[in-house]
Ligand binder design. Structure first.
Ligand code: GCO
Length: 486
């Protein structure tokens, strides 16, 4: 058979395609088409340099709001673990959570800021030590305070999403062994039951536990947060108890709201702190610890809370509380990424964490890496196939020079996700008003609203105005880009 040169060319190209097809499919499917994506990135970078920022549109039913935690804003509570930690002098700038934002007394004023920014929703915390000041006693006054807060929110058309545990709990519990004691699961259930039976008619959306991995790593591995332990055995004990507590609470919240015929669709989840761990160099020596850290720091707990499966080293694949789906949304707290470089230190899982060289950073030196939000949401959505809520995302930026751009860049990733078919439904900026930032105390400023801690005078920052316009319009149009981002 004789082919003409054209047929020969087609034949060669066809064979080449068949030979390379797997590689090509893989590249296309997983979006790694190296050269093309590099070209697109260069183009995006160039247009950004030329100051061309695209307009963004969010779906009209997308909910925007802010997130906060009880101890970080309320002030006045002497019965929780962070109060004791402050008393012991651990806070770097010498400030104390006893004052914080005095939100306990000023919540009406603070909700007016939310209203002024046109927030659709607010993620708020309930402080366990106020609700249950002693083992067998619940405090109806504390409960009725939170009912007032919720009422104030709903009156202003702001949908509450309540966190039950956000890094703090009663001292009596801590003195009984805290989250290391298996009895904590029962205590957490009782506390959840009391809160949900009494607030569940007004609140349909719940976060059981905030950032179990951060709480455990800082409190039980590094020892820099309460209770200040450095004990790998304790890390796994706490993880197991937190996972069980979450699953029990998940079931209980559904059971109570169903049994009591409370209105609205019950949505329960966890706010997971998720980071990107990238190898510093393109070498196996860096890639392996990066994967291991990702697994131990986040995937292990994320998976167990979602499905009930205790994988190694939590267990050997068993389901102590049964197999199931224990989340109605996937909560993502996203801030930054770490580069991982091999180190000969088994205690650090052979990986040293570093900030990417020459990267943009916030006041605390955390890399600003918006694409990480896209990568993480996509990765976890594929695992669980449920709606995603960005339960926290924000920047520590005391001069307010980076915040508006930070919000723009991260919402751009949200629109990218939505366009890719990933159901991101909500975004909570961390945080409304500068507040008590754990070890950093009052010096780290994440707020859309500046707080003068001496006078408790609040002032909306330009980035707060920008966010307010986004909440109102569900878009970032040209005039907003010109006004806030150039
Ligand atoms: C966390 C918490 C918040 C922080 C915020 C800024 O991620 O540590 O959920 O309480 O204040 O993330 O660091």
């Amino acid at each position: 058979m004789i082919f003409d040169p054209f047929e020969q060319l087609i034949f060669c190209l066809g064979s080449l395609f068949i030979y390379l097809r797997k590689y090509i499919y893989k590249e296309i499917c997983f979006g790694n088409l190296g050269h093309i994506s590099a070209l697109i990135k260069t183009w995006e970078h160039k247009s950004e340099k030329r100051g061309i920022m695209e307009e963004l549109k969010l779906p009209k039913d997308f909910l925007l709001g802010t997130a906060g935690a009880a101890v970080q804003i309320e002030g006045g509570d002497r019965n929780n673990t962070w109060y004791r930690w402050c008393e012991q002098g651990h806070i770097r700038d010498g400030s104390h959570c006893i004052s914080a934002n005095d939100h306990w007394n000023r919540y009406r004023e603070d909700i007016l800021f939310m209203k002024e920014l046109h927030q659709d929703t607010c993620r708020m915390g309930i402080e366990w030590s106020r609700i249950q000041p002693e083992p067998g006693r619940f405090d109806p006054d504390a409960l009725s305070h939170y009912r007032d807060v919720v009422h104030e929110l709903t009156k202003n058309n702001i949908k509450p999403l309540i966190t039950l545990h956000h890094f703090s709990h009663p001292l009596w519990l801590e003195d009984l062994g805290g989250w290391e004691n298996p009895a904590v699961v029962g205590y957490f259930k009782n506390y959840t039951q009391y809160v949900v039976e009494n607030l569940g008619d007004q609140v349909s959306d719940w976060i059981t536990i905030n950032e179990p991995n951060v709480f455990t790593t800082y409190g039980y591995l590094y020892g820099t947060w309460p209770p200040g332990k450095k004990d790998i055995g304790a890390v796994f004990r706490v993880y197991r108890n937190m996972i069980k507590a979450h699953i029990e609470a998940y079931k209980l919240i559904h059971e109570i709201r169903g049994r009591m015929h409370f209105p609205g669709k019950t949505m329960v989840g966890v706010a997971h702190h998720l980071r990107v761990f990238d190898p510093e160099r393109n070498r196996l020596a860096d890639k392996i610890p990066a994967k291991l850290i990702q697994y131990l720091f986040q995937d292990l707990v994320v998976q167990a809370m979602a499905t009930g499966k205790f994988k190694f080293p939590l267990g050997f694949g068993e389901y102590p509380l049964g197999k199931g789906v224990f989340q109605d949304f996937f909560g993502v707290n996203y801030y930054s990424r770490d580069m991982v470089r091999f180190t000969f230190n088994p205690g650090a899982v052979f990986g040293e964490l570093k900030v990417k060289a020459n990267s943009p950073v916030n006041d605390l030196g955390w890399e600003i890496y918006p694409e990480g939000l896209y990568r993480l949401c996509k990765y976890y959505y594929r695992k669980f196939l449920i709606p995603v809520f960005i339960t926290e995302n924000g920047i520590c930026d005391s001069n307010d020079t980076l915040r508006s751009k930070y919000i723009y860049d991260h919402l751009q990733q949200v629109t990218r996700l939505i366009n890719a078919g990933i159901p991101v439904r909500r975004y909570y900026y961390w945080t409304l008003i500068d507040n008590f930032e754990w070890l950093e105390g009052e010096s780290a400023r994440f707020g859309l609203v500046h707080n003068d801690y001496r006078t408790q005078q609040r002032t909306i920052r330009p980035s707060g105005r920008f966010y307010g316009e986004i909440c109102t319009l569900k878009e970032i149009h040209k005039a907003m880009i010109a006004k806030y981002l150039s």
